[in-house]
Design a protein around this ligand. Structure first.
Ligand code: URA
Length: 410
């Protein structure tokens, strides 16, 4: 094995064989390929890309770098959703219990927020006591009882991705399509799913800024899923305004609670139901009934309790996470809301402390935005466009001008 030759071949536009890729990832995971070589290869991949065969081999090698979930024969279909990340995207909190209500198993492994997009684990951890560490045996018992768990990556789950992502993060090689596909899909494939739906976002608040970029990434992600035995469906969703009416971890959990109790905002509920129907091949109405009947809410409460969370806290959610400053941003004139820019709102939420600049940063669960108006809403002069939840006056002062620049009334 001669890693420098592989780096040179990739640098010069050549192709690596599946065997070479597997050997490389095995040895990188075991600590026998130094970071400087792997970083150089990542940069070569960034510039040269990978063929579909190379991407498939990288995805499979990263999936197999740790333990892969094994499900007993005869158990219900295993399903999941992956979103490429957006602003105010709390869909997973609603979708996972909904799918479980229909008899599916949802072994959901999620990530933390990084940059402007939030992460499901941070939202869940805003629930007092909620434990996202679910070992595989405990996960199986939980699926048998309630059909759903929502966990973080354990040390033994796709360790090659963990190591490689950390390197990419500091070497300018995150935005490589092949590396993104292998990173995302290795983790979803390690869940040993039957079906997966991908929600690939595009717009100012998304990783992919244009629909064309999202289509290309989505096609690559879907090919990696379908090529590895997981029926993978694709949906592209615009992300130019926040999803729903809240942004910020605990505020989003509050909105998910509303949705689970049948009181969610239309855009959030519609997207969630559509993703449920797409991944399950069941009608949207079947899932809508679980929101209206209280079944989805009961399943979410069972999930919270099963993972050590304090479910009674959910009933007085507004009291659990409070900040000293809640400031209304009023409309400067009457008209129709033409723009409320998701990217700007996302960046402002990071400034407030709701997100991370570095993977090691702590997040403030309580800060963010609520009662966000939607594009197309008619507004009166002075009417609230959104509320800012801030921990300190300087954080509010930093967020305010950005928020004002994000909004356009016509
Ligand atoms: N999310 C991941 O898990 N990996 C990437 O490379 C990008 C987004």
């Amino acid at each position: 094995m001669h890693v420098p030759q592989w780096i040179e071949r990739k640098r010069d536009g050549g192709e690596l064989t599946p065997l070479e890729i597997t050997a490389l990832i095995d040895r990188f995971t075991a600590g026998h390929v130094p970071d400087y070589q792997m970083a150089a290869l990542a940069m070569a991949i960034y510039f040269r890309g990978m063929t579909p065969a190379e991407t498939a081999a990288l995805t499979a090698a990263m999936r197999d770098s740790g333990s892969v979930f094994r499900w007993p024969a005869g158990t219900p279909p295993k399903v999941d959703k992956h979103s490429t990340g957006g602003i105010g995207d709390k869909v997973s909190l609603i979708l996972a219990p909904l799918l479980a209500c229909e008899g599916f198993w949802v072994p959901m492994v999620s990530g933390r927020g990084l940059g402007i997009t939030g992460g499901t684990l941070d939202k869940l951890e805003s629930i007092p006591g909620f434990d996202v560490n679910v070992p595989q045996a405990a996960g199986l018992r939980q699926l048998e009882r309630i059909g759903v768990f929502m966990a973080g990556q354990t040390a033994d789950f796709c360790p090659a991705d963990r190591k490689l992502y950390a390197l990419r993060d500091v070497t300018g090689t995150v935005p490589s399509q092949a590396l993104i596909i292998a990173s995302i899909m290795s983790k979803k494939l390690a869940e040993s799913l039957d079906r997966l739906v991908l929600d690939v976002k595009f717009g100012t608040g998304a990783f992919m800024k244009t629909r064309a970029e999202a289509e290309a990434l989505g096609a690559g992600l879907a090919a990696a899923g379908n090529g590895n035995g997981v029926t993978t469906a694709l949906r592209l969703s615009p992300m130019d305004e926040p999803l729903g009416r809240t942004v910020g971890n605990a505020l989003e959990v509050g909105e998910a609670i509303d949705a689970l109790q049948g009181r969610g905002p239309a855009d959030l509920v519609d997207l969630t139901l559509d993703l449920c129907a797409t991944v399950s091949d069941r009608p949207i109405e079947a899932f809508a009934r679980h929101l209206d009947s209280g079944a989805a809410w009961a399943r979410f409460v069972a999930l919270v309790e099963a993972q050590g969370g304090n479910a009674t806290a959910l009933e007085r959610w507004d009291e659990i996470h409070r900040v000293p400053i809640v400031e209304i941003v009023p409309a400067s004139r009457a008209g129709r809301l033409a723009r409320i820019d998701a990217g700007t709102i996302g960046r402002a939420s990071v400034r407030l402390g709701a997100g991370r600049r570095l993977a090691t940063d702590a997040v403030d669960f309580a800060v963010g935005f609520s009662e966000i108006c939607k594009v197309g809403d008619a507004v009166e002069r002075g009417a609230p466009l959104l509320k800012i939840h801030a921990r300190a006056p300087d954080a509010l002062a930093a967020a305010l001008p950005a928020i004002e620049s994000a909004i356009e009334i016509e």
